[in-house]
Ligand binder design. Structure first.
Ligand code: MN
Length: 285
């Protein structure tokens, strides 16, 4: 047993809009952190933000992706998705969409129709997960993972829960199919509770607080819209909730390959980005 030490703490800084529907803080990106965050590439945390009722759906119009997966986790509000492979769907609070763009997809991401009409609070996360080079040009795939299909493990008596979106916790497996080993857990822990999370040695580990605050390894405190990235060495982290706390644990085996990206394309070599742009322009997505 060896504790995973904190490598860095990142705090939300400037907010920017993705389309006209998603006011986001980008909490990490391969553009700045490179392979330190592998297999993860980027995390946008949208909201919580209040939207007034409207007749016109807000969001991001049709755009491409190639070379990775987008994972959308909705906490409040509704997101509707439509892509050129014929997939369409609406996800709401607690639901997750795990989209494998792989060799290429065109999609739009909009607020749900009812949410647009009625207004309300939107809170969601979009995580980009890299694909190994050998899988970057496989067929696109879409997993709609509804809240009811995500197993929940109760912690303590009733002082916390852990939703297992991907990977495994204490023998309970999450529904998401992944290309490389990934644990994605959504936890809520009452104030005063402590937990030791056992995580694979040599994996990347990132912990993002949505609400509340945690004391990590008995010392550092992090709170809402802050994240801690840990050293790969070690196999557990020790947490204490210092308020009622909602947080996400991202843990994955690093993909030790070069990363070259531009906008919605993330590949291994510059020539593959040029190819992606040429394919997109030629309507080959
Ligand atoms: Mn997209």
């Amino acid at each position: 047993m060896k504790i995973k030490q904190i490598a860095e703490i990142i705090r939300a800084t400037s907010l920017h809009w993705v389309g006209d529907g998603f006011p986001v803080n980008t909490l990490f990106s391969y553009q700045t952190q490179g392979n330190d965050i592998s297999p993860f590439l980027l995390l946008d945390y949208a909201g919580p933000a209040l939207f007034e009722p409207s007749d016109r759906p807000r969001g991001v119009g049709q755009h491409p992706h190639r070379g990775f997966e987008t994972v959308t986790i909705v906490y409040q509000g509704e997101v509707e998705h439509k892509d050129n492979a014929g997939n369409a769907g609406k996800i709401g609070p607690g639901d997750v969409q795990w989209m494998t763009a792989a060799r290429g997809i065109l999609h739009e991401e909009m607020h749900g129709r009812d949410f647009t009409k009625n207004g309300g609070t939107l809170e969601m996360i979009q995580l980009w997960v890299n694909l190994p080079a050998k899988d970057k040009m496989t067929a696109p795939h879409y997993q709609a993972i509804l809240s009811k299909d995500i197993p929940v493990v109760k912690l303590y008596d009733d002082g916390g829960i852990i939703r297992i979106i991907a990977g495994e916790y204490a023998g309970t497996k999450g529904p998401a199919l992944t290309f490389t080993p990934i644990n994605l857990w959504d936890l809520r822990i009452d104030a005063g509770r402590k937990i030791d999370l056992h995580l694979p040695d040599s994996f990347t580990t990132i912990l993002l607080i949505l609400q509340g605050s945690l004391r990590i390894n008995g010392t550092e405190m992090i709170k809402g819209k802050e994240l801690a990235r840990f050293e790969r060495e070690g196999d557990f982290i020790s947490l204490e909730a210092t308020g009622n706390t909602h947080f996400l644990v991202l843990n994955g085996q690093p993909i030790d390959e070069p990363i070259v990206g531009q906008g919605p394309f993330v590949m291994n070599m510059p020539g593959e980005i040029e190819q992606a742009m040429a394919d997109y322009r030629a309507g080959r997505f």
